[in-house]
Design a protein around this ligand. Structure first.
Ligand code: ADP
Length: 266
């Protein structure tokens, strides 16, 4: 708690009052610290690919460009790093856009969720690894939700790609969609690496990764789930995860169901 204490004087410089302003600085400080941390994270995330690129470009300039074997490999590295930086900057732009606009940046429409979800799973199935099994446990009911299809597709893409990325070969990914208390509840479970229970809530924070090296190696930006959370919350839903180290992870999210008026019998 910060107290500002001022003396009020009249024109004869006689003291005739006090003004005391009490303000809660802890909240302010917390916001400020988060902002500093964020800027430091972004700088670090950008510096890593930039320093890698610099050393490869230096090597090329120093003569590696003449080596027909090495030059294409080095150029490939710089291209990958550039791609990663573009992904990162795009993710950051999207996060800041979502924060500013919240609800208004969405183009919502009424969607029957199960066919929509089926279609997205089909798309993953088309390019799936031979050794990955998919299991669908989807409600037979019409589950109508009011959503921005592109944005919810992005959430599903992020969560499903993670389930694939952090799973060994031969695992099963289970997709569920069910009504629970006026909400649609979706879950995606994998039999992958999992994570320690004290980290499971942090994975929705920006730049939080359980294994930094592994995430980077897979081309991750550490922002996928932070974006997913922004999107789900802008739809008035919730997103969370359960995980067991070495057993697997389930990511859940909810969306409000559009209540269906019962058709009256004549
Ligand atoms: P990233 O680009 O690193 O994948 P995300 O925001 O998508 O970023 O995920 C944050 C972190 O959460 C990941 O780096 C990983 O450590 C962990 N994670 C997310 N999904 C899973 C999963 N299905 N299994 C194990 N770990 C996961």
């Amino acid at each position: 708690l910060k107290a500002n204490f001022s003396v009020v004087q009249d024109e004869n410089e006689e003291m005739n009052g006090f003004i005391t302003v009490l303000s809660d600085v802890t909240e302010q400080e917390k916001v400020e610290q988060e902002r500093r941390e964020f800027v430091s994270n972004v700088s670090h995330e950008l510096r890593t690919p930039l320093t890698t690129m610099r050393s490869y470009i230096e090597a090329l300039t120093d003569g590696a460009w003449q080596d027909k074997e090495i030059a294409p490999r080095f150029l490939d590295v710089t291209q990958n790093e550039t791609d990663r930086m573009i992904r990162l900057v795009n993710d950051l732009l999207q996060l800041s856009k979502m924060e500013r606009k919240q609800d208004t940046g969405l183009f919502k429409e009424k969607v029957d969720f199960v066919p929509f979800f089926d279609h997205i799973i089909d798309r993953f199935e088309m390019n799936r690894d031979e050794n990955m099994n998919h299991q669908r446990e989807l409600s037979k009911q019409h589950l109508y939700v009011w959503i921005d299809k592109d944005k919810i597709t992005q959430v599903l893409d992020n969560v499903i790609s993670n389930a694939i990325k952090y799973s060994p070969e031969g695992g099963t990914i289970t997709f569920q969609a069910q009504p629970v208390n006026k909400h649609l509840q979706v879950s995606i479970s994998d039999q992958g690496l999992g994570m320690p229970s004290d980290t499971v809530d942090k994975i929705f924070d920006r730049f939080y990764r359980v294994d930094k090296a592994r995430s980077r190696e897979m081309g991750g930006t550490g922002l996928g789930l932070a974006i997913a959370r922004e999107i789900i919350e802008a739809h008035h839903g919730q997103i969370w995860a359960k995980s067991q180290e070495g057993k697997g992870t389930t990511v859940f999210f909810t969306l409000p169901l559009i209540s269906q008026k019962r058709r009256r019998r004549k």
